[in-house]
Design a binder for this molecule. Structure first.
Ligand SMILES: CC(C)(COP(=O)(O)OP(=O)(O)OC[C@H]1O[C@@H](n2cnc3c(N)ncnc32)[C@H](O)[C@@H]1OP(=O)(O)O)[C@@H](O)C(=O)NCCC(=O)NCCS
Length: 367
């Protein structure tokens, strides 16, 4: 019989599966998130779960092809983590948590223990992570442990008759375990009668209305025209990617009492500790009452106080009076006009660029 080690960091324990884990494994596989992102058979029965914990997992150890551990937290089954041997010092990592433990960081701890064990006890040279594209929880966890996202491979992972696009990441034995790059947050911010919060799928109709509006289309010349729901959905998906790569962050500006999206405010061209640029658009029914000015003010404050940049930038087409007003009302000063610096629906147009330095912003707040 293969001896299966017990690993612990004091909070999370990895140990051999036991027969009494079957109920937890069964519950985990009824969960829609588990079903969406793994290849568990559907329907998943009690017998499947019993076989998984008493046969499949021990068999991997006996054959030397895979090393699966039950994750235990507070004496309770919390999921399974596994390494699969791919030869030549390459191992693939797989993990799944029981819904009761999600979002507590326990799975991150469990996979960290597993990866440490892979390098120290199994002499792994590289741990490979593969996930169906769109599995953000899995990607965040891999990022936290120091994996480098290598890219997306199309049609790489079979799942119930379909071939899914795969994200692939690697962690080398020689890598440090710190996250690679910045993963931006979109915290909820209160702003003078407005709330800034992350965009949601349920905002799609409001995004479509705002972005198919004639004024929005005039000034934001790279916006698709006509603009429909697939464009809004693609924009939301793109935002998730931009957060994960540290490129940009966008907030929905909402009326706190109704939670209806009034505007978008975002930052991009972000260089940590140095600068970022703010951009925005407003829904037609929210214009003309200071929504955009107040929302931008809150993001300026967030940029200086929380993100930690020292310069905030913005730009607007020379003739875009409303946009320039919002920027100037926030204390940014124009430093130059770039010929053909922006693209309007009608074609390239001159763009006024503005900035605000942290010291000037602080001084203006003391006055
Ligand atoms: C992937 C999975 C194991 C993560 O488990 P978990 O218990 O939530 O893990 P943790 O709490 O340790 O960490 C997950 C992180 O992802 C974040 N996250 C969760 N859902 C997210 C989403 N939709 N978008 C972005 N981040 C998300 C969490 O906030 C957390 O981030 P934090 O460390 O900044 O707090 C779990 O979602 C799961 O079992 N999914 C189904 C099986 C699966 O997908 N396995 C991986 C296959 S490759």
């Amino acid at each position: 019989m293969t001896r299966i080690p017990t690993l612990t960091d004091g909070t999370v324990t990895l140990r051999a599966h036991r027969e009494d884990d079957a109920e937890g494994a069964y519950e985990q596989c009824q969960d829609p998130v588990s079903q969406q992102w793994t290849t568990v058979p559907l329907p998943y029965t009690h017998e499947d779960a019993r076989r998984f914990v008493t046969e499949t997992m021990p068999q991997g150890w006996a054959d030397g092809t895979s090393w699966g551990f039950a994750v235990e937290v507070d004496g309770r089954y919390a999921g399974t983590v596994e390494l699969r041997d791919e030869g030549e010092g390459r191992v693939e990592v797989a993990y799944g948590s029981h819904p009761w433990v999600r979002g507590t960081g326990a799975m991150t701890r469990a996979v960290r223990l597993l990866v440490d064990w892979a390098f120290t006890e199994r002499n792994a040279r590289v741990v490979v992570w593969r996930a169906n594209k769109g599995n953000w929880a899995s990607r965040k966890l891999a990022w936290r442990l120091g994996f480098t996202l290598e890219g997306t491979i199309r049609a790489a992972l079979p799942q119930r008759g379909e071939l899914r696009d795969a994200w692939v990441g690697t962690l080398l034995a020689t890598d440090d375990r710190a996250p690679k790059g910045t993963w931006l947050d979109v915290p909820v911010l209160e702003a003078d009668g407005l709330r800034l919060r992350p965009w949601r799928d349920s905002d799609v109709p409001r995004i479509v209305e705002a972005c198919s509006d004639a004024r929005t289309l005039t000034w934001l010349g790279t916006m698709p025209d006509p603009y429909g729901e697939p464009d809004a959905q693609a924009w939301l998906e793109h935002q998730r990617e931009n957060l994960a790569t540290g490129d940009s962050a966008a907030w929905a500006v909402v009326d706190p009492s109704k939670d209806v999206a009034l505007a978008s405010v975002s930052f991009f061209h972000y260089t940590p500790e140095l600068e970022l640029e703010i951009g925005f658009w407003a829904h037609p029914d929210a214009r003309g009452r200071g929504v955009m000015t107040r929302a931008m003010a809150r993001v300026v404050e967030y940029a200086f106080e929380d993100v930690g940049v020292r310069r905030v930038m913005a730009g607007a087409a020379v003739d875009n009076t409303a946009s320039r007003h919002v920027i100037e009302a926030n204390g940014l000063t124009a430093w130059g006009t770039e010929r053909f610096g922006t693209r309007l629906r009608s074609g390239p147009a001159d763009c006024v660029f503005y900035d605000l330095m942290i010291d000037d912003w602080r001084a203006s707040r003391r006055r």
